[in-house]
Design a protein around this ligand. Structure first.
Ligand code: 5AD
Length: 355
């Protein structure tokens, strides 16, 4: 699907036509990644952050947030819980925490890889090349780093420099890929200043970057962020500004699936936050094939407050069973094994053959 077609779909309002988009995305999903829904155990292990991303509640600009950093033992216990629940992957996610030393974290990854068969996905923000290489050598399999927007001036507005160094996530995604990680990127939908044209370009970039994983969810207004104040000033004209609603979020999931048929695409927590009743189901029926249940210990979960009222914060202990029932109710099944992206598998197999 080319840029023009993506752009037209993003602006489509006719419900009958949109049904065609949902059906096409669902069919592409079924043919390329099957009916399995892979569950990734999400461990939000530190909410410290040195950055000031304008949209995020964890940023250093928020003095009202109680900060935590889990111990290696606590992280290991979560990894074991993920195994017990039958998950094939854990996602170790944190703010960009300068208090996490590269070696300490490499040791955590090594321990997890020794003790469990889990695939390990990382999301620790914009870390330097040596750190990323060290963690990959320790056994980390995948890395998530959303590029948030492909519009350079909007990107710069919402991602202030750190110590005079410009934020450049697209460059880091290239590094990650060269290091041999499976790479994940994505954007928020409905960010103030995001136009339909920009968003179409974002989706085109998913394909150009050959992302193995694509995470997209609606932007959720957070009053405790700099963007809450700059919202009006950044917003594009009404007929250009992308809304941060459920239908638009689903369009992006569907178009991401059609553009990158082999990628792993989650129905995100942000989508479930917007629509607690059926956000996950709609995502899964419009292109997604992954859910990332939060297995962070309850005492920390509420403190990972990227945005208010985040789904899963007050989930019950039997949430896992509830999720499995919801997946079965839409005729899908919980995935088994690591659930690597088929695109990544064929890429690494080809390179093995070539050498
Ligand atoms: N609304 C929605 N998503 C957000 N994220 C951060 N802040 C918000 C917000 N206010 C997303 C970003 C980031 C990911 C970890 O969470 O896309 O990359």
């Amino acid at each position: 699907m080319n840029f023009g077609e993506i752009h037209n779909w993003l602006r489509e309002t006719d419900e009958g036509r949109l049904e065609e988009l949902w059906a096409l995305a669902d069919e592409v999903r079924r043919r390329n990644v099957g009916d399995e829904v892979h569950l990734r155990g999400l461990i939000e292990f530190s909410n410290h952050c040195v950055r000031r991303c304008a949209y995020c509640g964890l940023g250093a600009h928020n003095p009202n947030l109680k900060r935590y950093r889990m111990t290696a033992e606590e992280i290991l216990a979560c990894a074991h819980l993920a195994c017990e629940l039958g998950y094939g992957t854990i996602v170790l996610q944190s703010g960009q925490d300068s208090g996490i030393s590269a070696q300490w974290f490499a040791d955590v990854v090594t321990k997890i890889k020794k003790a469990t068969p889990l695939a390990v996905t990382l999301g620790l923000g914009e870390r330097n090349a040596e750190e990323l290489a060290l963690w990959q050598a320790a056994g980390a399999d995948r890395y998530l780093l959303r590029f948030e927007t492909s519009d350079p001036s909007l990107y710069e507005r919402i991602h202030p420099d750190l110590n005079g160094v410009k934020s450049d996530r697209i460059a880091i995604l290239h590094q990650l890929r060269d290091l041999g990680y499976e790479i994940g990127g994505g954007v928020m939908i409905g960010l103030p200043g995001q136009t339909y044209e920009t968003l179409a370009r974002d989706i085109d970039l998913f394909r150009q970057l050959r992302l193995d994983m694509i995470g997209c969810g609606p932007y959720i207004h957070n009053p405790r962020t700099p963007l809450a104040q700059a919202d009006d000033e950044l917003r594009a004209a009404d007929d250009m500004q992308v809304p941060n609603d459920e239908t638009t979020s689903c369009k992006v999931i569907a178009l991401a699936r059609i553009s990158c048929p082999l990628a792993n695409i989650p129905a995100t927590t942000a989508l479930a936050t917007l629509d607690g009743q059926s956000g996950y189901e709609l995502g899964l029926q419009r292109g997604a094939n992954v859910i990332m249940p939060n297995i962070t210990p309850a005492e920390y979960r509420a403190l990972y407050e990227i945005y208010p009222a985040k789904a899963g914060v007050d989930q019950a202990d039997d949430y896992h069973e509830f999720l499995k029932e919801r997946i079965a109710a839409i005729g899908r099944m919980v995935g088994t094994g690591r659930g690597d992206s088929p695109g990544y598998i064929s890429r690494t197999e080809t390179s093995t053959c070539a050498t």
